[in-house]
Design a protein around this ligand. Structure first.
Ligand code: HEM
Length: 252
């Protein structure tokens, strides 16, 4: 019963929310697709949290994706012990980096009143869920060896069965509770994704790669304006009139 709810109903509810709400939010409130950066309020401590967090979590999730896409190749790769140790250690290091990053980010939000003031309930929920997810992941990597192999052999067939709309939970039933909680928490994160600032993940401005250049054309006399700070304000006013500051028009 619980397995059915958590590993069949929950993932489909999460995926539906993810797709429908993300599209709805994009169509109705496109400018809310943002990480709502707090860098302007404080940047130094942010750097020491955000950099390890992103390197760690992107590395760990890339590992999950490689295992999902190429399970047979991962099992083949792990057939030689030294390669297995390298893969596991790399995954663990990414996990630890993500852990350091998220602890630093949480600490910054708790400690700084200015950052606390701009933290909403959903921000707190997301931070706590991500923290729990990383702790469970690192715990799994440390205490249920060798995760990269059994992930490919039992978790991936389950995940693929979901994608094929033929859900089969048999392979994950025997997994330890910690691992099952890691999987359930992943679905919860997917479900709240479109309601939170996590949506910035899908708003990379990749159109910058092909959009036309911006051409900036000044519509006032640059030679006259350039030297204005070496002259008095009154002189500038006299020379070029009140409207001398000018504007720039941008055309594509
Ligand atoms: C929001 C989604 C998820 C996040 C953020 C996440 C994060 C992490 C992190 C940070 C680690 C530790 C570093 C590592 O060993 O790679 C980890 C490990 C692991 N995760 Fe996830 N995870 C997610 C979803 C899942 C799902 C859906 C599964 C399985 C169906 C899964 C299975 C595992 C396993 C088996 C490990 C241990 C890997 C090892 O020992 O090498 N994760 N996860």
């Amino acid at each position: 019963m619980w397995d059915y709810l958590f590993f069949i109903v929950l993932p489909y509810v999460a995926a539906t929310l993810f797709i429908v709400v993300s599209i709805y939010r994009y169509v109705t409130d496109r400018f809310s697709y943002s990480s709502l950066s707090s860098q302007l309020l404080e940047s130094d401590e942010l750097f020491y949290g955000v950099v390890p967090w992103h390197i760690g979590i992107i590395g760990a999730l890339t590992g999950h994706l490689i295992g999902f896409l190429f399970p047979k190749e991962v099992l083949w790769f792990n057939g030689v012990p030294v390669r297995l140790y390298i893969l596991e250690t790399t995954g663990l290091l990414f996990g630890l980096l993500a852990l350091i990053g998220i602890v630093a980010l949480m600490w910054r939000r708790i400690r700084m009143p200015r950052i606390r003031a701009v933290t909403s309930t959903i921000d707190t929920v997301v931070l706590v869920l991500l923290f729990v997810q990383v702790v469970l992941g690192v715990y799994t990597a440390l205490f249920y060896r060798w995760g990269s192999s059994w992930y490919a052999a039992s978790a991936v067939p389950y995940l693929r069965s979901l994608f094929l709309f033929q859900p089969d939970v048999e392979m994950i039933k025997p997994l330890p509770h910690i691992v099952k909680t890691h999987i359930i928490n992943a679905f919860v994160l997917i479900a709240i994704f479109p309601f939170s600032r996590l949506v910035h993940m899908v708003s990379l401005p990749i159109e910058y790669l092909w959009r036309p250049y911006q051409v900036v054309i000044w519509n006032w006399d640059r030679k006259k304006i350039r030297g204005q700070y070496s002259r008095s304000k009154a002189q500038v006013k006299e020379e070029s009139g009140e409207s001398s500051i000018g504007t720039a028009s941008i055309s594509r």
